[in-house]
Design a binder for this molecule. Structure first.
Ligand SMILES: [Zn+2]
Length: 240
């Protein structure tokens, strides 16, 4: 715990956790973990904040806008602004016909043998993955107290409902084995201070119920898992 205590009291580190550059002399932004646009209003208070370089922040903003809007379209089954339950997705679709066209192009409809209409969406995986890794870095930083500047060993994002049941129960039981034993105390102390209204449930930190949860454990490396909007499951693994 000592490392976490020291870290919480001394949060202003001198480098950008995403690009590793020294922040001295660079324009910076305060960035929330997880990204605010992924959450619903009213957002939880006291979200962890990390200072990052403005260049990273600007690049992430574009990817985040895409990821949030894409997810919102998938969940609503439409790219029409008026059908979105996420306000920032609705705004982005209205403000950017280009973004709407891009997302619309990734949508295909087909009819099942039984005559049902189904929709498939093909995301820009690189952009989604950049957002996934960005948030995972933030969670790892706050839970672990150190930046992970290396590239992760793997990154994936997959709809929860499309997972085979065995894979899903393994995913949901994040850190159930040896891994989680390292984390509960950290989680309970961190969360009571940093994420108001959040709680640990079965090894997951609930940032906002139904909207965002994550877990960090040390199973074969440092592993960060998130579930966005109870739809998208993600996992990022760094070698320890
Ligand atoms: Zn940076």
């Amino acid at each position: 715990m000592q490392r976490i205590e020291e870290f919480v009291d001394d949060r202003q580190k001198s480098w950008c956790i995403h690009c590793g550059r020294s922040l001295t002399g660079l324009d910076t932004n305060d960035d929330h973990v997880p990204s605010k646009s992924l959450l619903s209003k009213p957002r939880p208070h006291h979200l962890p904040v990390v200072t990052i370089c403005r260049e990273c922040n600007t690049n992430f903003s574009r990817d985040e806008q895409y990821a949030v809007t894409f997810l919102s379209c998938v969940l609503s089954g439409s790219s029409a602004p008026e059908h979105q339950s996420n306000a920032s997705a609705a705004r982005a679709l209205t403000a950017s016909p280009g973004l709407r066209a891009l997302i619309e192009q990734s949508r295909t409809e087909y009819t099942t043998v039984g005559g049902q209409k189904r929709i498939l969406w093909k995301p820009d995986a690189e952009r989604i993955n950049r957002v996934v890794v960005k948030n995972a870095r933030g969670h790892a930083y706050f839970e672990w107290g150190e930046p992970l500047l290396d590239a992760p060993v793997h990154v994936w994002a997959f709809p929860l409902a499309s997972m085979p049941s065995e894979q899903r129960s393994e995913f949901e039981g994040a850190g159930e084995d040896a891994g989680l034993a390292v984390w509960p105390e950290v989680g309970s102390r961190m969360m009571s201070r940093l994420v108001t209204g959040a709680d640990i449930l079965d090894g997951w930190v609930i940032v906002q119920p139904g909207i965002y949860r994550y877990s960090v454990d040390e199973s074969g490396g440092l592993r960060v898992r998130t579930v966005l909007w109870e739809y998208l499951a993600t996992e990022v693994l760094w070698e320890s």
